[in-house]
Design a protein around this ligand. Structure first.
Ligand SMILES: Nc1ncnc2c1ncn2[C@@H]1O[C@H](COP(=O)(O)OP(=O)(O)OP(=O)(O)O)[C@@H](O)[C@H]1O
Ligand SMILES: Nc1nc2c(c(=O)[nH]1)N=C(CO)CN2
Ligand SMILES: [Mg+2]
Length: 233
């Protein structure tokens, strides 16, 4: 997804959560000093079935979805669950607030990690990003991208991972370890998960693909301004 299509959605998210875009930009600029441009051809997702593992407890019982997929992406804490199950992800997507040590060790073993900077994780960016393998980490942002800090759309680690897989040409997306009705999460996390559901709803309409994980909870995002390349109706 290009930034022009993402920006109106980002503005809605910022308004909803009360984030300060200036802080998101400052975080992006800190990250930009710590990462190199990334060669995305390394991630050969084109035409593949890609499973994006989410952070809910349901992941343990859905590991076969990962085993059956051509490629796997671990959203944040899912990386540790996958590691315990002996499944090495092809990509980790994280804002460094959960199990950063797992992401660091996977990066050092050659697994690319998308490290996200936002206004509320600058200390983690400063602490952890320098410890990744420089060739197996790249930077992402939710504001305007730079040459070495990318924005493919998405907000939470999981839906951001799905947008990245979409950008890389994935044929089919699967979502083990996702539970939008998880009673164990905080109210802030539940709020973020509602946005994740909306954004996956946008993505499935845009891809003309049904994501069964959204059955029964397809929320309207009609109040998000639209453009021709991004239909969220
Ligand atoms: N019930 C759930 N609890 C947590 N995450 C979920 C759940 N269902 C789906 N997800 C997706 O899995 C991703 C990884 O979850 P996890 O709790 O490990 O990470 P997180 O670092 O807290 O997420 P974020 O930083 O995006 O808020 C989330 O970003 C979200 O997109
Ligand atoms: N500014 C800001 N941006 C975010 C935040 C957050 O807490 N603050 N959390 C995210 C996913 O958890 C993604 N983006
Ligand atoms: Mg996170």
């Amino acid at each position: 997804m290009d930034y022009a299509a993402w920006e109106p959605i980002y503005e809605r998210i910022v308004a909803d959560f009360g984030y300060d875009p200036t802080e998101d930009r400052a975080a992006r600029d800190v990250l930009s000093e710590l990462v190199e441009p990334f060669e995305f051809d390394r991630l050969d997702f084109r035409g593949r079935t890609v499973a994006v593992a989410g952070g809910s407890d349901t992941l343990e019982s859905e590991l076969d979805v990962l085993r059956d997929a051509d490629r796997t992406v671990a959203a944040s804490g899912a990386a540790a669950v996958m590691e315990a199950a002996g499944i090495r992800p092809d990509l980790v997507v994280t804002d460094l607030d959960k199990t950063p040590e797992t992401a660091i060790s996977l990066s050092r073993a050659g697994v690319p990690v998308a490290a996200h900077a936002h206004g509320d994780n600058v200390p983690a960016v400063r602490e952890y990003v320098p410890r990744f393998d420089g060739e197996s980490v790249f930077g992402t942002t939710q504001v305007e991208p730079l040459d070495n800090v990318y924005n493919f759309g998405g907000f939470t680690d999981g839906d951001r991972a799905a947008f990245l897989a979409d950008h890389l040409g994935a044929d089919t997306l699967r979502f083990p370890g996702w539970d939008f009705d998880d009673p164990t999460v905080s109210s802030e996390k539940a709020h973020k998960l509602r946005w994740a559901a909306r954004l996956l709803g946008c993505l499935e309409r845009r891809r003309n693909e049904q994501f069964p994980v959204l059955d029964g909870r397809r929320e309207s995002i009609a109040d998000v301004p639209q453009d021709t390349s991004w239909r969220c109706d």
